[in-house]
Design a binder for this molecule. Sequence first.
Ligand code: ADP
Ligand code: MG
Length: 238
Amino acid sequence: MAGIHIEHVTKSYGQLTVLKDFSLDIADGEFVVFVGPSGCGKSTMLKILAGLEEATTGTIRIGGRDVTDLAPGDRDIAMVFQNYALYPHLTVRKNMGFGLKMRGTAPAEIDRRVTETAKILGVEHLLDRRPKALSGGQRQRVALGRAIVREPQAFLMDEPLSNLDAKLRVHTRAEISALHKRLGVTTIYVTHDQIEAMTMADRIVIMRDGVIQQIASPDTMFRKPENLFVAGFIGSPG
Ligand code: ADP
Ligand code: MG
């Protein structure tokens, strides 16, 4: 586990600046939710943290280590996307163990960790199936399992529930929160859904056009929004 420190990150694509002097300190074990309208830079910030995009300026530290120039595989963080691309030709067991295998973990150890993780997520009965024989919710759990089994220092989740129907979304949201309580891994969770943010976050970061509008607990955000945009977005009376 580890804190995440984002210092003065700016990101431009040509003339378009999509992140403007973005700074944020996330404590070890914290669950932080980024919210904001489509196009405000949420996914770009996660990709920079994961090493999938390079910041134009700024520094990223994870667990006290400057990772700004490290490749994705050297950062010890796991990312879960909305279209949780599982390998279609591999079983759930092999999908979940893939990252460990790449890292050279011994087969017996992979098997132990995959089984343990599958139990936590309630997918142990699905280990020998292939992704096409799973429901959307089951696939999402396997994608989570694939991230968790690596025991990363931090999780990044980009709208992981947006492909699920409303009922499953509520259920899986509660599962992710429970999982976070159990594992305590520092997490950044991106959504454009205010209710997800209000129910899951230790702290919410509200973004607009690449600029942080407010960083606060759900309660403070609701009671003391700093501007009209925040108030409107959170739906608070203030
Ligand atoms: P969000 O996840 O909040 O919806 P994004 O981070 O995906 O927003 O995008 C922020 C802005 O950056 C958008 O205007 C988007 O069009 C632009 N953008 C994202 N990726 C690229 C890219 N590779 N090249 C050019 N513009 C991009
Ligand atoms: Mg996005």
